[in-house]
Design a protein around this ligand. Structure first.
Ligand code: FPP
Length: 257
């Protein structure tokens, strides 16, 4: 490349640099840093969660516009139930309010809402709103937005194992029938492709009980940005970074080329 082409390339925004042929089909995000963001503003933690909704909207819109097929957001973990009661209640209220406000937009944009996690453990108002939104958007075929709610990977794996054990006990399944495909089919994400890219905001380098099975071969992208500051351009940068990695799946570099 000439020096001018190099300079031109450097000036281009990340969106223009994304290769549409190499888009991840599924992106999973650990939205982290709402509390710290609020503290920086001298506000209560819930102020951070409220502002995090704008990032959810922006990221969902950007992913759908690009042509990503699945976007999974870690909105509430099993462990989050241990937070102060006020914060848990405020988060649940925010969830109900946001889902009810955004269902129309999801519908208009062909986005289907799905959930993974122990949905039965959520408050009744939350379950109701989610059910309504899932039903209303079920025909959406542009992108599936998956909310992980009261979710943890260990919970999901134990649940799958129990189901398999029961089927074996009932004589419906033999040990040799248990394959990776059968096991994946018992997880909450059954039927979805595994995420190729996992993003975590706020500078933490942890997986926090999120999609342990499904992220086996995902590329991890960590950013210092706190979730309420995460915008479309940040998603484009993460995808561009992902597209410039060599994914070897256990093979050698020469075998890939
Ligand atoms: C993590 O930040 C964030 C959460 C546990 C909740 C995420 C919720 C939202 C963005 C709002 C609603 C979401 C939807 C999908 C409508 P943290 O509180 O752990 O931040 P900290 O690490 O700085 O304390």
């Amino acid at each position: 490349m000439s020096i001018f082409a190099d300079i031109f390339w450097d000036l281009m925004d990340y969106k223009s640099k994304i290769n549409a042929e190499k888009l991840p089909k599924h992106i999973a995000i650990i939205m982290d840093g709402n509390g710290r963001w609020a503290k920086q503003q001298g506000e209560q933690r819930i102020f951070g969660h409220h502002n995090g909704v704008s990032s959810v909207r922006d990221t969902t819109e950007a992913a759908a516009e690009l042509g990503v097929k699945y976007l999974t957001l870690y909105a509430f973990s099993t462990e989050n139930w241990n937070r102060p009661k006020d914060e848990v209640e405020a988060l649940m209220e925010l969830l109900v309010m946001t889902i009810s406000k955004e269902t129309e937009t999801l519908l208009k944009n062909g986005i289907r809402l799905e959930t993974i996690g122990d949905i039965d453990s959520l408050p009744a108002s939350c379950k109701y709103q989610l059910q309504e939104a899932k039903e209303a958007t079920k025909a959406g075929d542009r992108m599936t937005l998956v909310l992980a709610l009261s979710y943890s990977s260990k919970w999901e794996i134990v649940k799958a194992v129990k189901e398999i054990a029961q089927e074996a006990k009932d004589g419906k399944l033999k040990p040799e029938d248990i394959t990776e495909e059968l096991f994946a089919g018992k997880l909450c994400t059954s039927g979805m492709p595994d995420p190729e890219l996992m993003i975590r905001t706020s500078g933490e380098h942890r997986i926090s009980n999120f999609l342990l099975w499904q992220l086996s071969y995902a590329e991890f992208y960590f950013t210092e940005k706190l979730w309420p500051d995460f915008r479309k351009e940040d998603l484009y940068e993460a995808i561009y970074n992902y597209q410039n990695r060599e994914r070897r799946f256990g093979k050698t570099s020469e075998q890939i080329q």
